[in-house]
Structure formats: structure tokens, C-alpha cells
Write a protein that binds this ligand. Structure first.
Ligand code: 13P
Length: 250
């Protein structure tokens, strides 16, 4: 199985020119790596100027919960698909922080999957508290998948991204591969309850939170781990390309 490496650029870089420059460097490297699925999630406005193709895929960082209509500022799954995005990030903690609740995340996931987009559902606890966090993650998954038909399972990816581990967080420090391993088992078990065994076994589970070229190998080598979701380090093409190289060897 190819490792899935997703660059979440968030609200960066500031200009189309810089976006094209990072993209070109990553695209060049990705073209030579056959063991990696390289995905870049730029801000919406850069989607039309970055061309997917070759070995690189485009992702939207979000999609609207509806397919069209009076929603000022929103962008639909249909629109991003039309611009070449074959992936979408859904329910990122930075969106949840802006007030996106579980029901909205569920609707967005449904919209994205309905358009045939590979959808990366982000889940993760806010605080590093061993006692409660598995329940939080289970709750997020169950609420997001409620009523989503099982045949969408093959397009669904779950990203375990503990909020406290994100680099922009005040204490931002990567989780451990061991914890990711344990969480991936827990996530699989939760998906089994909703979609059954086959879907649970096949589900790609990736890790996000302060991933860089130094620690990526640990997460990529986790048994049952399918890849990583990279924020800050993905804006540095050299650093991100190193992560791609590492993934290609695993
Ligand atoms: P960092 O890699 O900057 O911690 O961001 C993680 C993230 O939020 C990716 O979606």
C-alpha cells in the first residue's frame, strides 16, 4: 500500500507565486516516487492555478455542508471537484475551533463523499488527558459517520490529529508513534461498530500533529498506519520532500 502524505498548507503561503513555487518543487520530487500518494491541500483560491496530475493530487481544506445556495463565503464539494481536487479535509480542528459542530462535520463529510472525493475526516482530543480522550475520538467518529452509507467507506480516510500536538498549539509537540498505534486500533474498532469488519480493516488511518522530516519515519512505520498529515513542515518544499522520500522507502 502506498503511504498517503498530505500537505495541509492552511492559510499559506501569502501569494500565488509562492504557492506555485512550493508546488513545483514537490511535484518534481513526487514524480520520481512510486510508493507515495502525494496530496497537497492549498487554500481554495490556489486550486485553479495548481495543476494536479502526474503523481500529485489536490485536496480542498474544507467543503460546504450544502451543494449550492445562499451560503456567503462557502465553497461546495462539487466546485472543488471541478477544480481538480480529488481529496478533501473534513472537520479539521481549526474549523471546529471556528464553531463547526459534529452535525456540520457529518454533513460536510456526506457532501464530499457524495461527489466521489476521498475524504479525510480529522478527529482528535484537545487536551492530553489519558482518561477521557478515547471517548472524545470515538464520539467524533460516530457522530461524523452516522447515516453515512457503508459504500462510502472505500473513500474515507481518518486522520488522528490530537489538537495539543499541532505545531501552532501553545505546547505543540508531536505525539508518539506508540500512541498513534494504540489510537489506530481504537479508531478501527470504532469504525467496525459503524461500518463492519471489512470497512474497518481497510480504512486508512493517518497521523497529524507536528510531523517533520525528523519524526515522520516513526509514524510511517507504525503497523496499520497509512500516512501522515503535515502542516507547517509542508510549506518548506525541501523538508516536505524529505518526508516523501522517507515514506517511499517504507
Ligand atoms: P502541524 O504539522 O503544523 O502541526 O499541523 C498539523 C495539522 O494541523 C495538519 O492538518
Amino acid at each position: 500500500m502506498k503511504k498517503i502524505i498530505i500537505a495541509n498548507w492552511k492559510m499559506n503561503p501569502p501569494s500565488p507565486k509562492e504557492a506555485q513555487a512550493i508546488f513545483a518543487k514537490v511535484k518534481g520530487r513526487a514524480a520520481r516516487l512510486s510508493g507515495v500518494e502525494t496530496v497537497i491541500a492549498p487554500p481554495f483560491v490556489f486550486l485553479p492555478i495548481l495543476k494536479s496530475g502526474g503523481k500529485i493530487k489536490l485536496a480542498a481544506q474544507d467543503v460546504a455542508k450544502d451543494d449550492g445556495g445562499p451560503w456567503t463565503g462557502e465553497v461546495s464539494a462539487r466546485m472543488v471537484k471541478g477544480l481538480g481536487a480529488s481529496y478533501a479535509i473534513i472537520g479539521h480542528s481549526e474549523r471546529r475551533e471556528l464553531g463547526e459542530g459534529d452535525e456540520v462535520v457529518r454533513e460536510k463529510l456526506y457532501q464530499s463523499l457524495s461527489r466521489g472525493i476521498k475524504s479525510v475526516l480529522c478527529v482528535g482530543e484537545k487536551e492530553k488527558s489519558q482518561e477521557v480522550f478515547p471517548h472524545i475520538v470515538r464520539d467524533e467518529i460516530k457522530k461524523a459517520l452516522r447515516g453515512i452509507p457503508k459504500y462510502f467507506a472505500s473513500k474515507t480516510i481518518i486522520a488522528y490529529e490530537p489538537v495539543w500536538a499541532i505545531s501552532s498549539h501553545s505546547k505543540g509537540k508531536a505525539d508518539t508513534p506508540q500512541n498513534f498505534f494504540e489510537m489506530s486500533i481504537f479508531i478501527r474498532r470504532t469504525v467496525l461498530d459503524v461500518w463492519g469488519k471489512l470497512a474497518a480493516l481497510r480504512l486508512p488511518i493517518i497521523y497529524g500533529g507536528s510531523v517533520n522530516a525528523k519524526n515522520a519515519r516513526g509514524f510511517l512505520e507504525v503497523d496499520g498506519g497509512a500516512g501522515v498529515l503535515v502542516g507547517k513542515a509542508s510549506l518548506d518544499a525541501r523538508e516536505f520532500n524529505k518526508i516523501l522520500e522517507i515514506a517511499n522507502t517504507i
